[in-house]
Write a protein that binds this ligand. Structure first.
Ligand code: ADQ
Length: 744
């Protein structure tokens, strides 16, 4: 059969409804949306098609109505759909197909405009049902920082506005009402085109997928441009020029002029090989962490917007988006049975995501078991909480193999791979066995313990041997690097050189890369949508000084000890009674590990005890909030606090300390009481350092922090702020990746 035959049948079919996107489909992208316009030829082509009998043409775009009106003023008979389906116009006036209240977007637009002010080239576009943040024209060196700030603002806002969703387009962040989609145009066009109509849809971006997926079996879908993601479209054309040429041919066929040979035909989109399993992607950088960022969870693409609690996500997402890397992690789904589940890929999200599911058994043994009940407590110096089980170690080995198999399937053996944390210490060795030759980096987010503790791990030598298959191993502090080198010196035959460890003819670099935050993210003005809730909390403690604790609920964070120190303060310095309130915010974590459930109980008991003993009708000493807050709300709490109690018994870094400093105003900053046993204490030397194992001492330090004179607070804050600004989330990621590339 002639390959043109099926297309001749489509082109001759009556009625035929053509739905086409504009930007990226019929016109190439331009730096600014108003510079991109359809050429007179394209407008003429659409008008000519629409004028043919039995032919309906609708341009289905994300652009606002006024732009559509201007661009298609000459295109009589062409129907228009603006703002991703939010408005449509046949012959008459614009109509909105769905009632939606989008006034909440005003606040978001204002916040994004503040972000955009940092760069003359970024642009905020407020449409009826969405707000777009365009950053295509922003100079390269400013892009990452700006994108970080914009994504963070949008994410926070979305957590308070669930009727809206995030869309990441080509150098465009867009936040839109969930019920407004391009596919709303399909029944509208379908009904009006008449009985037996076939639809032909062309589009290029993620918003067009919605249309492709909603088409009927007799309809045809064409994706325009390179195939960078999985798509519901059945056919592909390589770019806007080809798409235009193809539609010109359709017009000629429908005119019943002598049919010219097609200049170009859509080619079939290949079906994904082996069911769900992904083909090797073109990415040159792969990031692997146990969990995927939850921004766009592959298992719940439509909704369930969990809050990101880890600092890793904030640091890596923008850098990966900029470098075009791929992020592999566990989907959060478990499957019955033993086998490691196949890989899924979403190349359309930013950053691109790939995932594996874990067998239920591995979730118990690898994750809850070896990771969280063996490695986590040892690395945090809690030998009494540690227990080791052979079957959990075996499960850890199997899961590391499964991750390596997935990684090997996803990227070329010469790609750079950056692996995160204690869950995946065996992965480099497993990748090398599979023939990976590209640079392999590990960053450990937790402390590396002293040798005597490390030696309690029954498989400690195997772990170290596998870690020496990395080219670069990063830690938060020089102290952890020292511990690692000591363990290598004692438990492995490797040679410790001054700037590298030599092992099996290879050089392994171990260095400190202290992780940071995005300071601007904690300096935004309070959002009106969330300010009331924080104001209510603050008014409940009005007239007293605020001592604030914010943590994941974890025994390493020293929350019961902190409550005890607060209790001791009220006992030993009775003058503070009725004059100070403690707010402890704990975000739920690992609640199916028994130690965590026990910790929660212990905290709740301590809160009850302090409030029972000291509380009065007009004063509740401790308010305990077992929940998560959005970043903007956290910043408001940080700013309102007189003292932050950041007192983990041990912590790799601790980002809360840095976030608190970033959120303070320079005129009247709060004081930071920081545990000596956090990685953050290395950089934040000007905090008031405390020993969380010494309750009396901590109570005295808290008293001192509460009484700290303004001048001292200002001096300390200025130095602390300089430290927080020096290494940020983005500079951390960029530094690590530069060092990793240097290993090639
Ligand atoms: P975590 O142990 O999770 O991270 P931390 O560095 O303090 O510890 O980061 C916690 C993050 O969660 C912070 O960004 C904080 O704002 C947020 N958070 C905490 N409580 C919250 C709440 N109630 N609501 C909303 N957000 C909340 C691990 C290591 C750390 C290391 C980081 C990064 O254990 O030592 O600093 O990784 O490497």
């Amino acid at each position: 059969m002639n390959p043109a035959d099926p297309w001749l049948a489509v082109a001759r079919h009556a009625p035929l409804a053509i739905l086409t996107d504009l930007d990226g489909t019929l016109i190439p992208f331009a730096a600014k949306p108003d510079e991109a316009r359809p050429s007179p030829e394209v407008v003429g082509l659409l008008r000519a098609l629409a004028a043919l009998p039995g032919t309906l043409v609708a341009v289905v775009s994300g652009r606002p109505r006024d732009e559509m009106d201007r661009m298609f003023a000459e295109a009589t008979g062409v129907w228009l759909v603006a703002e991703h389906g939010g408005w449509r116009r046949a012959e008459g006036a614009w109509q909105a197909p769905v009632p939606a209240d989008a006034s909440a977007l005003d606040g978001l637009a204002r916040s994004l405009e503040k972000v955009a002010e940092a760069s003359k080239k970024a642009l905020v576009e407020r449409k009826s049902w969405s707000v777009g943040f365009h950053y295509r024209a922003v100079p390269r060196r400013e892009k990452t920082g700006l994108l970080v700030a914009a994504q963070a603002v949008a994410r926070d806002w979305l957590s308070a506005n669930p009727a809206f969703e995030f869309l990441e387009g080509a150098e465009l962040l867009e936040i839109r009402a969930r019920n407004v989609r391009k596919s709303l145009a399909i029944p509208w066009v379908g009904e009006r085109a008449g009985a037996g109509a076939r639809l032909l849809a062309l589009g290029d971006d993620l918003t067009d997928e919605d249309v492709f997926a909603a088409l009927g079996p007799a309809d045809e879908s064409i994706i325009v441009g390179p195939l960078l993601r999985s798509t519901a479209a059945r056919w592909r054309l390589s770019g806007p020029l080809e798409a235009t040429a193809f539609l010109e041919w359709v017009r000629e066929v429908r005119r019943e002029a002598p049919t010219p040979p097609p200049p170009v035909l859509p080619v079939p989109v290949p079906a994904p090989p082996r069911g769900k399993r992904a083909a090797r992607t073109p990415h040159r950088l792969l990031v692997v962490s146990n969990r995927l960022p939850s921004l766009r969870s592959p298992v719940s693409p439509e909704g369930e917007r969990k809050k990101n609690v880890g600092g890793l996500v904030a640091a890596l997402e923008p850098v990966l988006s900029r470098r075009g890397g791929l992020w592999l992690g566990w989907s959060g789904q478990t499957t019955p049975g033993e086998a490691s589940a196949p890989v899924g890929v979403d190349d359309s999200s930013q950053p691109a995501l790939a995932w594996i599911d874990l067998p239920q058994d591995a979730y118990e043994k690898y994750y809850n078991g070896f990771c969280n009940r063996s490695l986590w407590p040892v690395f945090h110096t809690f030998p009494a909480r540690t227990r080791f089980a052979d079957d959990e170690w075996e499960s850890y080995e199997r899961v590391n193999e499964a991750f390596a198999a997935a990684a090997g399937d996803l990227v070329d053996p010469t790609a750079s791979v950056w692996i995160h944390d204690y869950h995946l210490l065996l992965m480099a060795a497993a990748l090398r066995r599979r023939g990976h030759t590209g640079p392999l980096g590990l960053f450990l987010h937790v402390p590396f313990p002293a040798l005597d503790l490390y030696s309690t791990i029954p498989w400690g030598e195997q772990l170290l041997d596998a870690m020496l298959e990395f080219d670069l191993v990063g830690f938060h502090t020089p102290g952890y690097v020292k511990n690692f080198r000591e363990a290598v010196g004692a438990l492995s035959p490797a040679r410790l050189g001054d700037d590298a460890i030599e092992h099996r003819g290879r050089r392994i670099r171990a260095r400190a890369f202290p992780i940071g935050i995005v300071p601007e993210g904690f300096q935004e003005t309070p959002e009106p949508e969330t300010a009331a809730e924080v104001a209510a909390l603050l008014s409940a403690i009005a007239g007293t000084k605020l001592v604030l604790g914010v943590d994941r609920l974890d025994y390493t964070k020293g929350i019961p000890e902190r409550l005890e120190a607060f209790e001791r303060l009220l006992k030993q310095f009775p003058g503070w009674r009725g004059k100070v309130s403690m707010v402890q915010v704990s975000v739920p974590s690992r609640s199916d590990v028994p130690e965590y459930a026990e910790q929660r109980q212990r905290i709740e008991t301590a809160v009850g005890r302090v409030n029972g003993e000291f509380g009065e009708a007009h004063w509740v000493p401790v308010r305990y909030l077992y929940r998560s807050y959005g970043r903007n709300q956290l910043s408001q709490l940080y700013r309102a606090a007189d003292v932050a109690l950041v007192t983990p018994l041990r912590d790799g870094m601790n980002l809360v300390a840095k976030e608190f400093i970033a959120a303070q105003g320079a005129d009247n900053p709060g004081a930071l009481l920081l545990s000596r046993f956090t990685g953050a204490a290395v950089e934040l030397k000007d905090a008031l350092l405390t020993n969380p194992y010494h309750i009396d001492g901590m109570a005295r330090d808290l008293d001192r922090a509460l009484r700290m004179p303004l001048e001292e607070r200002q001096e300390r804050h200025a130095k602390l702020m300089a430290a927080v600004s020096k290494t940020t989330a983005v500079s951390w990621a960029e530094d690590f990746l530069a060092a990793l590339e240097a290993c090639r």
